[in-house]
Write a protein that binds this ligand. Structure first.
Ligand SMILES: Nc1ncnc2c1ncn2[C@@H]1O[C@H](COP(=O)(O)OP(=O)(O)OP(=O)(O)O)[C@@H](O)[C@H]1O
Ligand SMILES: [Mg+2]
Length: 234
């Protein structure tokens, strides 16, 4: 079943166009990756889904047009977002930062907090630590955890591996796969790290200069070195 359908989506910052007629689909429970270099439009694409950028085109969630809705309304409809720069409150504790994500799911705080703590035991151990004193990997956990506090059925994650050691990337890939395989979440991850994206996603889309230039499974894309050609310019 289709969860998300994006049709001919263009995005604009004033007169500058950052996305050009992007179309993509995501099925229920699927984990897909958007791969692209700096400035390709990855963050803009996720921001556009969340209603944070001026766009033209259509975004449908469970068959319903959500284009033009405000971000809070989109979160209420079950889309969780872990953005690129986290936007955590540095002088608040881990726990309070997680609770910020619960504003649309106040009745499910205990259940969701428990699930986040099971996923990231470190966050339970460090409940009272200020996020300003956390490592990059720990902040990434808080950011993902905060998105999960809104009881999402679709999770958007922007470049989760930035600044993370390879070992931590491996652990993160496992967590994201558990979310889709065991918990049934539909997951969309953007990445510059093509290897991480391949290790994680069932299908990939390549984004270049605001356009989708290739798509398919990792096997499809490796056939003619499409990923390497379009992404590394090789
Ligand atoms: N707030 C903004 N105002 C004007 N232009 C912007 C703004 N945000 C992004 N852009 C431009 O839109 C294009 C796409 O940017 P975007 O941040 O989506 O790329 P990205 O793929 O996420 O890159 P990165 O990997 O560096 O995070 C870039 O050319 C960027 O300069
Ligand atoms: Mg970005």
């Amino acid at each position: 079943m289709l969860v998300l359908e994006i049709e001919n989506l263009s995005a604009f910052y004033g007169k500058a166009q950052a996305l050009r007629e992007v179309s993509l689909t995501v099925n229920e429970g699927e984990c897909i990756a958007i791969v692209g270099a700096n400035g390709a439009g990855k963050s803009t694409l996720l921001d556009s889904i969340m209603g944070l950028v001026k766009t033209r085109g259509t975004v449908r969630l469970h068959g319903e047009d959500i284009t033009g809705l405000r971000c809070a309304q989109i979160v209420k409809r079950g889309v969780g977002y872990a953005p690129e720069r986290f936007n955590l409150f540095p002088h608040m504790t881990v726990r309070d930062n997680l609770l910020v994500g619960a504003f649309t799911a106040r009745n499910e705080i205990a259940k969701n907090l428990d699930a986040v703590h099971r996923l990231f035991p470190r966050l339970a151990e460090r409940e009272n630590q200020e996020t300003s004193t956390q490592s990059g990997g720990e902040r990434q956990m808080v950011s993902l955890g905060r998105a999960l506090m809104s009881s999402p059925n679709v999770l958007l994650v922007d470049e989760p591996t930035i600044g993370l050691a390879p070992k931590v990337c491996g652990e993160l890939a496992k967590v994201l796969q558990r979310l889709s395989k065991e918990m049934g979440l539909t997951v969309i991850v953007t990445e510059q790290n093509a290897n991480f994206a391949i290790s994680l996603a069932e299908r990939l889309y390549v984004l270049e200069g605001g356009r989708i230039t290739a798509q398919g499974t990792a096997a499809d894309l490796s056939k003619d070195d499409i990923l390497a050609k379009s992404y590394f310019g090789a």
